[in-house]
Design a protein around this ligand. Structure first.
Ligand SMILES: Cc1cc2nc3c(=O)[nH]c(=O)nc-3n(C[C@H](O)[C@H](O)[C@H](O)COP(=O)(O)OP(=O)(O)OC[C@H]3O[C@@H](n4cnc5c(N)ncnc54)[C@H](O)[C@@H]3O)c2cc1C
Length: 450
């Protein structure tokens, strides 16, 4: 048995959502008394309506259960680590094919009962307006994408305004190996930047069809609390298309400075794909933030030359979502730089999705447990490790990410494309188990119930 750590005498968790409840659970079951501070039912965010903890604010789907998908593997990883949220999800699943969907009321009731009946968890219904209102450390801040505005203002004071974002305007991200590279060509405008971009060339006819499809596409309506105030720099492509037939061709799809080596000519319009990560397995569509429905995005983007078989790591979005520029403002243990002891968990850390938020809640709880023998982060070959790496790797334009295979370390060995995802999944599940064994040694835990 390795080192046995001294547990903190008390911890605070702010926010009783998915990340906060998961964090409380992992602290309390390891003999750390926790106070959970939750502003409901005194105050509700514009999207929360239930007095219960761990409320699902929108869909009741926790996404795919398939074991070769990154979201499917994240579920298994959470189960391996003893997740309360996953325990409830499995108990309260409703039929949904290959996805895990839950009865939202009984899902949240189960978690509320577990948390409120735990002898080491106390719940305070109060609003945290300022960081200095939190009197104890360690603290985990898990106040979600609709954090109380006073706390947002205080975080802004502490981190600086360039460290916070209020809208998530993200372009679709594709897996590199699903792009037909015999049609797209490499190059940067006017050759400035070498071969950094992949370019999809369009003829006039292809461009006109594409614009027509965008105008006809189904769009996601705004929530009542979201205003349609877009920055000019991240205008949805459909809004640009509505301004005039050629607006996109003069905007994000302008062909200037590019010549198609296959024809020697400048295309009528171009869609540029930019490398998203160091390993080069993800590419984003430059300037393609959109509110088209996910179904229509996939359908329409696959009509583009070279993207007929495109697979998407994430699709375009624009929605209200408060989050921090974590690589800039957090330490490797996800604590606010300059304010040791305050860990940032859940969606505000820059992950996206119910289970991704849960995973970062769990991770922060582990980081709180051991100061003298630091907890190693999850391996980058696991989905949790990929999410962690996303939060800690400096990026030009940091934006939230859900679980996807592009975040994890690529396979070293050559594997047929069809077998790649299964190989990634097998490796992730093996490595998360090894990590768990390592944690048990550090935390001095004998039983398998970690
Ligand atoms: C409108 C909307 C729709 C979404 N739909 C989906 C979806 O369909 N699928 C999906 O996977 N993800 C969805 N998301 C993202 C979703 O919010 C996250 O996946 C998940 O809920 C984040 O978990 P969390 O624990 O970080 O935050 P939350 O679950 O939001 O929990 C935060 C908690 O903190 C409390 N709180 C906030 N500020 C304070 C304060 N100052 N003091 C005390 N308590 C406070 C809140 O009341 C809340 O209970 C959606 C988000 C929004 C805004």
């Amino acid at each position: 048995m390795g080192p046995v750590v001294t547990r903190p005498s008390h911890a605070i968790v702010v926010g009783g959502g998915l990340a906060g409840c998961e964090a409380c659970w992992h602290l309390a079951r390891r003999n750390t008394p926790v106070t959970l501070i939750e502003m409901k039912p005194e105050v509700y965010s514009p999207a929360h309506h239930s007095p219960l903890l761990a409320e699902l604010v929108c869909s009741n789907s926790l996404k795919s259960l398939q074991i070769n998908t990154a979201t499917g593997v994240l579920k298994k990883e959470l189960i391996t680590l003893g997740s309360l949220i996953m325990e409830s999800a499995i108990h309260h699943a409703v039929p949904a094919g290959n996805a895990l969907s839950v009865d939202r009321e009984s899902f949240s009731t189960f978690i509320t009962e577990r948390i409120s009946s735990h002898p080491r968890i106390q719940i305070d219904h109060a609003i945290i307006h300022k960081l200095r209102d939190i009197k104890k450390r360690p603290t985990i801040l898990a106040t979600g994408p609709l954090t109380h505005p006073d706390l947002i203002a205080d975080l802004q004071r502490h981190t600086g305004s360039d460290a916070l974002y209020f809208y998530d305007a993200t372009s679709p991200i594709l897996y590199a190996d699903s792009i037909n590279t015999s049609i797209v060509f490499k190059g940067s405008r006017y050759g400035k930047g070498g071969d950094d971009y992949l370019n999809i060339p369009l003829t006039r006819e292809q461009y006109d069809n594409f614009v027509y499809n965008i105008l006809q596409a189904e769009k996601v309506p705004l929530h009542p609390f979201e205003s349609e105030t877009y920055y000019e720099g991240c205008m949805p492509i459909e809004v640009l298309a509505e301004r005039g037939k050629d607006t996109l061709a003069f905007g994000p799809m302008k062909p200037v400075g590019l010549s198609n080596p296959m024809t020697g000519k400048r295309p009528y319009a171009v869609i540029q794909l930019r490398q998203e990560n160091l390993s080069g397995n993800l590419f984003s569509m430059v300037g393609f933030q959109t509110k088209m429905t996910f179904r229509d995005q996939e359908r329409i983007f696959r009509t583009l030359p070279g993207l007929e078989h495109a697979e998407f790591a994430r699709l375009g979005t624009i929605h209200r979502n408060f989050y921090l520029n974590s690589p800039q403002v957090l330490t490797p243990t996800l604590e606010l730089k300059g304010i040791p002891g305050i860990h940032i968990a859940g969606q505000i850390s820059g992950v996206e999705g119910y289970l991704e938020s849960t995973a970062i809640g769990l991770l922060c709880a582990l980081f709180c447990l051991s100061k003298e023998h630091p907890i190693p982060p999850p391996p980058p070959t696991t989905v949790m490790g990929g999410l962690y790496r996303h939060l800690t790797t400096p990026q030009k334009r940091f934006s939230p990410m859900g679980a996807n295979w592009g975040l994890v370390t690529p396979l070293r060995e050559r594997v047929k494309r069809k077998e790649k995802k299964q190989a990634l999944a097998t490796r992730a599940l093996h490595d998360i188990k090894q990590w768990k064994e390592e944690l048990k040694k550090i935390l001095g835990e004998d039983d398998d119930n970690l």
